[in-house]
Design a protein around this ligand. Structure first.
Ligand SMILES: Nc1nc2c(ncn2[C@@H]2O[C@H](COP(=O)(O)OP(=O)(O)OP(=O)(O)O)[C@@H](O)[C@H]2O)c(=O)[nH]1
Ligand SMILES: [Mg+2]
Length: 621
């Protein structure tokens, strides 16, 4: 646990004036690019405004802690990063009052007017952060500690633990001066290492060294006031007196808190949004209620599962909604469908990456990739069906007059075969000149010609104008033409497969790029966190040395070395994990490509085979 070094000389009471300067980051005029305005609008809707606090964590009829569903619903809507300030301390020390001031309000969290403890459980108030645009400030007011009337002695420490686990800044509120008594009251802090685990493994290992990495900033607010209810000799209420006496300090306290508080992050540096805070609270409260010790690592794992599953869904939604729009204009050329697929799968991966974290084996990304491919194949199929329908409709209308003639026996006369061939050729020409047939054009024509060859054979057979030899030649010619169309259709299929392979190659390149970017970012966060922790420890060590606590400073040195060793080990493990994810992804891509190549080879063989047949046939002729 970090030493309570953050107690500022200005911070011996805390309240705030109602005018909080809000940092406006908008540019004037129309300079702001449309895109970022859209993002602003989106992020504006990513938060909620609460006009009063709600109960967040309560005790149920069995005396167990439980998270309030209504509070979770509020958090669920907050997709902005959150700065979480929690206040803890003995009962009746002005905690709720302090929190109201941080919210920039006089009222909100219920204040007690008697000596009985007022706040029960943990209450929550989400307000826009007064100085950080795009961030939500979550204020957590907790039940006062040390009320002897309370039944369960573990209750206090549970509340304290939850405040530590959920906040990015913990305000420890106490009345009086910082003396031995006050320090004794901090017993909860010393008990923390027994009540929270950093890692799930090494059950008996002391991971207190690691605590420094994940614990909130600590502010000790000492409310040092004696009540003399007179202002300029006139009687005043307690509130009026304190407001008068402490006005200057209010501003300083709030400024100090806002300055010292950063966005809540999880182990490994993942930014906590309101939604994640809700999941986190639920995980911790459920663990505590079940009698287990909350564990940071397990919470991260649980969180990662929830968020990664949601990230896959978000990615799929992005992809699907884009492709559904494209579907309206089917049939399209393959390259148009492929390029849209590439764009959308890149955006989908981006959306996934934005939300996912600790996808340790890359299994969620893999699942997104597979689902996108499945959808893509489905869309390709729909595009083919649309093309097929259009081509068949076209051929059926182009061949209607010929069919009519056929029915009426028009071709069943001497010279009828030539007329039939002429009409058929005509249909082929008109068909080929029509645009927008797309992917299935050649195949459908091939099928059509095959069907018509039955009629053609009968007409040829019956044509009395032709000699047997001529008939044989014509038959071979027709066969060659059919074969030619068959080869054309196969070549087209082959070309489309090559296009698909190219699209897959590019998609893979893009995916790898995005994965590397995300991994670099996660590594950077992890390093930053380590550096931050080291920095804190080093400062503490220097402080101890300066004050002459050599022995303690030496111990601290060992702790620092241990922290460095563990962090390097963790970073190396992470790097290995990442390398494996990339390797697996590459392998998957290679497998897909190998399958396509196999397909390509088979098609190629079929074409070569047909070509040989075609030249053999020519020889016969
Ligand atoms: N004027 C003024 N009144 C204060 C201040 N701090 C606390 N009070 C008053 O002290 C009383 C108790 O304050 P609360 O904020 O309810 O104390 P608490 O620590 O939240 O109490 P529990 O919820 O019971 O633990 C209320 O009547 C407050 O109005 C202060 O800084 N200024
Ligand atoms: Mg209170």
């Amino acid at each position: 646990m970090r030493r309570c070094a953050s107690v500022s000389p200005h911070v011996n009471d805390g309240c705030q004036s109602n005018t909080i300067p809000v940092k406006r980051q908008r540019q004037s005029g129309n300079e702001k690019p449309k895109e970022s305005m859209a993002q602003d609008e989106a992020s504006a809707s990513l938060s909620v405004t609460m006009d009063k606090p709600v109960c967040f964590i309560d005790t149920d009829s069995d005396g167990k802690l439980c998270v309030q569903q209504s509070a979770l619903q509020i958090l669920q809507q907050i997709q902005q990063p959150v700065v979480v300030v929690a206040v803890v301390g003995l009962y009746r020390t002005g905690k709720s009052y302090l929190m109201n001031r941080l919210a920039g309000k006089q009222t909100g969290f219920a204040l007690g007017s008697t000596i009985e403890s007022k706040t029960k459980g943990i209450w929550m108030w989400c307000v826009p952060h007064p100085t950080e645009a795009g961030t939500t400030l979550v204020l957590l007011d907790t039940e006062g500690l040390g009320d002897v009337d309370k039944g369960d002695p573990k209750h206090d420490i549970n509340i304290f633990c939850l405040a530590v686990l959920l906040s990015s800044t913990l305000v420890y509120n106490s009345r009086g001066t910082i003396d031995n008594k006050a320090i004794m009251e901090l017993q909860y802090v010393t008990e923390l290492t027994e009540c929270i685990k950093v890692k799930s493994s090494d059950k008996d290992a002391d991971d207190s060294t690691e605590f420094v990495k994940f614990f909130p900033s600590f502010i000790w607010a000492v409310r040092d006031f004696t009540l003399e209810l007179k202002i300029n000799g006139k009687d005043a209420t307690e509130d009026e007196y304190l407001d008068f006496a402490l006005k200057m300090k209010h501003d300083n306290f709030c400024k100090f808190v806002f300055n010292d508080s950063s966005v809540k992050r999880l182990k490994d540096g993942y930014t906590v949004t309101g939604r994640v805070l809700g999941h986190l609270a639920k995980t911790y409260v459920d663990t505590i209620s079940s009698g287990s010790v909350p564990c940071l690592e397990n919470a991260v794992i649980a969180m990662a599962m929830i968020e990664n599953e949601a990230a896959v869904k978000v990615g799929l939604q992005v992809y699907q909604s884009g492709m559904e729009k494209l579907k309206d204009s089917f049939p399209l050329e393959l390259k148009d469908v492929s390029s849209k697929h590439q764009d959308l799968s890149s955006t989908a991966t981006q959306a996934f990456m934005k939300r996912s974290f600790r996808d340790t084996e890359g299994k969620y990304l893999k699942s997104l990739e597979e689902k996108i491919n499945e959808l893509f194949n489905g869309y390709l199929c729909k595009n083919e069906q649309a093309s097929k329908r259009r081509c068949e409709d076209l051929l059926s209308s182009l061949s209607a007059p010929m069919m009519e003639k056929l029915k009426k026996g028009f071709y069943a006369n001497p010279g009828g075969y030539d007329l039939f061939c002429k009409d058929l050729e005509d249909i082929g020409k008109r068909y080929n000149s029509q645009a927008n047939k797309e992917v299935k054009a050649e195949e459908v024509l091939e099928e059509f010609l095959k069907q018509k060859s039955v009629d053609s054979k009968a007409i040829l057979q019956a044509d009395k104008k032709l000699s047997e030899k001529e008939k044989k030649i014509k038959k071979e010619m027709e066969k060659a033409a059919l074969l030619h169309q068959e080869i054309k259709a196969k070549e087209e299929k082959q070309r489309q497969l090559e296009e698909k392979m190219e699209a897959e190659r590019q998609s893979n390149e893009e995916r790898m790029r995005q994965m590397k970017e995300k991994m670099d970012e996660e590594m950077r966060l992890q390093k930053e966190e380590t550096e931050h922790a080291m920095d804190k420890k080093l400062r503490e060590q220097a402080d101890l040395m300066q004050k002459g606590f050599k022995e303690k400073a030496d111990m601290m040195k060992q702790e620092i070395e241990e922290l460095r060793r563990r962090s390097t080990e963790a970073e190396n493990n992470r790097a290995k994990e990442f390398a494996l994810i990339l390797e697996n992804s590459s392998r998957r891509h290679e497998e897909t490509m190998a399958l396509m190549m196999q397909n390509h080879r088979e098609q190629m063989m079929a074409i070569l085979d047909k070509n040989t047949k075609s030249s053999d046939d020519c020889c016969i002729m």
